[in-house]
Design a protein. Sequence first.
Length: 154
Amino acid sequence: MKSIKLFAFALVSSALLFSACSKDEATTTPTVAGSTYLVGKDWRMIAATLATAGSPTVDMYAAMPPCEKDDLIEFLSTGSVTLKEGPTKCDPADPDTSPGGAWALLNSDKQLRIIDGDTTFMDVVELNASSLKVKVIEVDMGVTYTTSYSFVKN
């Protein structure tokens, strides 16, 4: 299975593009309320952008191959993530599902933490029964990058 897919691609892209930024995990506490929106549903990415001050916004979603745009992510109640191939596979030999790491909502559902080899903290912009929007803000060599992702319940 391709190593970076759907949400994993989105999450890891920030880590690949920029140096890692960590926050003190000891000061964060998981919450349950927002997880009811995430758990047990398949989410499909519909947008991914990269913005920097003074530069045009880059549409990362448009650059993704169609075989990744139909992939899904499921947040499990166990705190793990399952990545699911959509109807169009990039490689027909790819399995239908693969592990995607671990997740937690933190800071009163204002932050989503994904651990998939790297730890990524995303600000939750919107979370409801049908929509998930998150953004990652990172500073690299004095330049601030904002990567935004939008998902819909499939």
